[in-house]
Structures are given as structure tokens and as C-alpha cells.
Design a protein around this ligand. Structure first.
Ligand code: SF4
Ligand code: SF4
Length: 320
């Protein structure tokens, strides 16, 4: 049976820049990019870049911005699957396809540029073989006509290129998230059709560490999850650790993969509180239904009386 890459490769249109060759970490390919190439910055003039959670953390830290402000200003939302899994793309300058961070001298956020920019001209994807739980990383070369980097005489293995671009850290920081996304995409209908609430949690745990930081300090969170003050404080002060914790939290909430200890009394109190709210909602629906039925019945009676009067009046007049 074909794996995911083989299936995708077979569907690549003949004009695609993706070279239909699957690479691994030891594969050697020829490419280099530096300010001396004639196409310098060409690739930043027409972008379609999906951002990962760690991209957001690095970039919002670069500008010392709140995650919510960064996302509102520099990203564009999109849906990663047909269930509306929220994704973010890097914004372009108004009316252009040019990256919002492209300056006169090149990338203005180079030290914190997104993972996709670091990888280019390599592409990567996580592939889960049929019947296997493990996600395997595969790589491929993207060769676009405008990119002259393929003519540079530098040959490196994929592993060396990733190290040179500093992308190892990005992959490590995003690994759990990537697994969550793949699992959600490939799971059956129960997991695949998430509630609006779980999508909101996914959004916060993926792209908004400032809200998540507030969340883990809230009474609601602390009544359910059994973390000491010191553990909470450590997460509050270390955003990278907070991001990894957010992914664990997401796995626990979405897939029931328990790794964060819970307070049984808090869990029961929460279940009870939910039951109370649910019962109140049900009672409210019943009340509205009763009122609606009474209203319809009253209108029917009114109409019936009016019709009766209109047929009785002419008869009375005829008798008179
Ligand atoms: S060589 Fe390729 S990656 Fe480098 S600037 Fe040119 S188009 Fe961009
Ligand atoms: S973030 Fe930097 S490297 Fe990436 S597309 Fe924008 S300008 Fe280019």
C-alpha cells in the first residue's frame, strides 16, 4: 500500500516545483542561498506561509508584543481542515503578495523567521504509515524557476541543512503540535468532528500563549488540575515550557491522553456544575416550549372565536 507521500507525489501536477523524490536526513542535495544570489529576496515577494505555534512565539517575542496583538496585526486566519481547525498564515503587505516583514535589506525578522522560511528550498511533512502510530518525517526539494539557489555549488545532507538553518529547534518545539494536527486530520468522526469549545482551546493552545498563561493561573484551571504553585510559576516564567505544556493539555482535552494530574474533587465539582447548567438549559427550553404552545393555543382560540362570531352575526341579522 502506498504511504501518504507516495499518494501525494502521484497527484503532483507535472508543472509542480516539488521534485518527486523522497529524501531522508542523510540524503544530499545541492542548494545555497546568500545575499549574493541574483534572485535575493525573490521568494519573499510572493508568499503563502503557514505559521506554526513556535513561529508565533518567536515572532511576537521579537516585537515584544502580546500574542493576540501580533496575530491580529501580522497574520491571516484560515481553516486547516473541513472541520474548521484554525490555522494562521503570514500576512502580506496591503495589495501585494509580498511578505509583511520584507525590508529594503531583506528579512527584517531574520533571527526569528518562521520555520517555512528556514526550510525553503526543502519541503517537509509528517507521514503516518497505514497501521503505524509513529509519524515519520520526510523531505523533498522545491525547485521554483525564479530560485537560483539550486545553481550554487554547495552540497549538503538534509540534516546539515536543517542544522545550518536552525530548524531542528523549531521542529522539536512544534513536534507535539504537528502530531495533534495529524491525529485530528486522520481520526474517525468522533475525534474528527470537534465541538466549538475544543476548537477555541486548540486556537488558544496553538497561537495565544498570553491567554493560556492567564488560563493556567485561573481558579477554574487550578481547581481541576493538580499543579503546585511552583509548577505553575515555572510555566508562567518560561514560555517555551508553557507551549509544550499547552500541547499536553490539548492532547488531554482532545484525545483523553492523560499526562496532567487532576484533582478528583475539582473534576467532580466541574461535572456537577456542568450538569446544573445543562439542567437549567433544559428547563429553560421546556419553559419556552410550554409558553410557545400556550401562545399558539391562545391564538387558535382567538381565531376560532372570531370565525364563530363572523358566521353567527349574519344569521342573527337575517333573523332580525
Ligand atoms: S536563492 Fe532561492 S531562497 Fe534564496 S533568495 Fe533566491 S529565491 Fe529565495
Ligand atoms: S519572514 Fe523573512 S524570510 Fe520569511 S518570507 Fe518574510 S521576509 Fe522572507
Amino acid at each position: 500500500m502506498k504511504d501518504e507521500f507516495e499518494q501525494i507525489r502521484d497527484e503532483i501536477p507535472y508543472s509542480s516545483p516539488v521534485k518527486p523524490v523522497q529524501l531522508n536526513l542523510d540524503s544530499v542535495f545541492q542548494f545555497d542561498c546568500h545575499p549574493g544570489v541574483s534572485c535575493f529576496n525573490e521568494c519573499c515577494r510572493s508568499i503563502d506561509i503557514q505559521l506554526t505555534p513556535y513561529d508565533i512565539v518567536r515572532l511576537k517575542r521579537h516585537f515584544d508584543m502580546d500574542a493576540r496583538d501580533f496575530v491580529a496585526r501580522y497574520t491571516v486566519p484560515f481553516e486547516m481542515d473541513h472541520h474548521g481547525m484554525p490555522g494562521l498564515k503570514l500576512a502580506t503587505k496591503p495589495g501585494t503578495t509580498e511578505c509583511v516583514f520584507l525590508g529594503e535589506e531583506g528579512c527584517t525578522v531574520y533571527a526569528d523567521r518562521p520555520s517555512a522560511c528556514r526550510y525553503y528550498a526543502l519541503g517537509t511533512m509528517g507521514v503516518r504509515k497505514v497501521g503505524e502510530a509513529k509519524v515519520e518525517d520526510i523531505y523533498f526539494v522545491v525547485q521554483e524557476p525564479h530560485c537560483k539557489g539550486h545553481e550554487e555549488p554547495v552540497r549538503r545532507t538534509v540534516a546539515e541543512y536543517r542544522r545550518d538553518q536552525g530548524v531542528d529547534l523549531y521542529d522539536e518545539m512544534n513536534r507535539q503540535w504537528r502530531d495533534i494536527v495529524i491525529k485530528k486530520r486522520t481520526s474517525g468522526p468522533t475525534i474528527g468532528a470537534p465541538s466549538q469549545r475544543s476548537m477555541q482551546l486548540f486556537d488558544m493552545c496553538s497561537y495565544d500563549m498570553d491567554s493560556f498563561r492567564e488560563f493556567i493561573q485561573s481558579d477554574g484551571f487550578r481547581s481541576v488540575f493538580d499543579l503546585s504553585d511552583a509548577e505553575i510559576q515555572a510555566l508562567v516564567e518560561d514560555e517555551d515550557a508553557l507551549l509544550q505544556f499547552a500541547f499536553r493539555f490539548l492532547k488531554q482535552v482532545l484525545f483523553g491522553e492523560f499526562s496532567i494530574p487532576r484533582r478528583e474533587a475539582g473534576v467532580q465539582a466541574r461535572i456537577q456544575a456542568r450538569k446544573t447548567i445543562w439542567n437549567q438549559r433544559k428547563e429553560e427550553m421546556r419553559r419556552r416550549y410550554r409558553e410557545e404552545m400556550e401562545r399558539l393555543q391562545y391564538e387558535d382560540e382567538q381565531q376560532f372565536s372570531a370565525e364563530k362570531r363572523s358566521t353567527e352575526q349574519p344569521q342573527a341579522q337575517r333573523k332580525a
